[in-house]
Design a protein around this ligand. Structure first.
Ligand SMILES: Nc1nc2c(ncn2[C@@H]2O[C@H](COP(=O)(O)OP(=O)(O)O)[C@@H](O)[C@H]2O)c(=O)[nH]1
Ligand SMILES: [Mg+2]
Length: 236
């Protein structure tokens, strides 16, 4: 794919804002996850079940992106966490500026976790860093095993692949082993979880993954605080 000079400028400006966002979120100890997948893969349903199951005391906020409508925000708001819809009015992806703007007014020090549902698309959102700690690709068993080969960019960048709608496996000819093999061809280290946002299958493993990431974020935050205190003491 060739990138025009105008696109390079847009991407480098996005990167600048994303780097600032990553710093700001990191300083506040917020784990930020960017969910990317086709329209209908089940991103919102996955996040809904996640919010329903989150450990008490996990201070969470959600941003959800779509070209039009507040539908997903309305679905996600039922779980009692702060939610904001980002409507992109035509753009096929979220960018770092949109995230920065929609975080305004939220005290990041009061948050542990920021869940970002990107606009449904396997291509465009891949190029736009949102300052997240990890990208998570959501693929459903209705979409074909070869998606990792056709859209390698997002599978290369994602730390975790959620293979959603596992409850439909008895009814579709989709071969999960093949989809996982293709994903690992593109990204050998990718973590993979099979889930169903309808039955809850796989959510225990997902919450373990999430819990480990939240613990790691907390530990990094404590280490930074200890280092700052330590260096302060050393200079006294
Ligand atoms: N059978 C089944 N349907 C699902 C699952 N997850 C989502 N869906 C359905 O798939 C459709 C699209 O889900 P949605 O969450 O809106 O997808 P999004 O566009 O990726 O946010 C809805 O009708 C959901 O009820 C799942 O795990 N199993
Ligand atoms: Mg959605």
């Amino acid at each position: 794919m060739t990138v025009t000079p105008a696109e390079t400028k847009v991407l480098s400006e996005n990167q600048r804002i994303a780097n600032e966002l990553r710093n700001t979120l990191g300083n506040a100890g917020v784990l930020s996850l960017n969910f990317i997948g086709s329209p209908g893969a089940g991103k919102t349903a996955f996040l809904e079940r996640t919010l329903a199951l989150l450990a008490a005391g996990t201070r969470t906020a959600v941003l959800t992106g779509d070209i039009q409508t507040e539908n997903d925000a309305n679905r996600l708001a039922r779980y009692g966490y702060p939610v904001r819809q980002i409507t992109t009015a035509g753009a096929c992806h979220l960018d770092a500026r949109m995230v920065e703007r929609h975080l305004q007014g939220w005290n990041l020090d009061d948050l542990d976790l920021l869940l970002i549902e990107n606009v449904g698309n396997l291509v465009c959102p891949t190029s736009f860093d949102l300052g997240e700690d990890a990208k998570i690709v959501v693929l459903s068993v209705c979409e074909g095993e070869d998606k990792p080969l056709k859209y390698p960019g997002i599978f290369r960048k994602a730390e975790l692949m959620i293979l959603n709608k596992a409850d439909l496996l008895p009814y579709v000819p989709f071969q999960p082993a093949l989809a996982m093999e293709y994903a690992r061809q593109i990204h050998p280290g990718i973590a993979i979880l099979q889930t169903s946002a309808v039955t809850g299958v796989g959510f225990e493993a997902w919450l373990d993954w999430l819990g480990a990431r939240l613990d790691a974020k907390r530990a990094a935050m404590n280490e930074t605080a200890a280092a700052v205190t330590g260096s302060g003491a050393a200079t006294r």
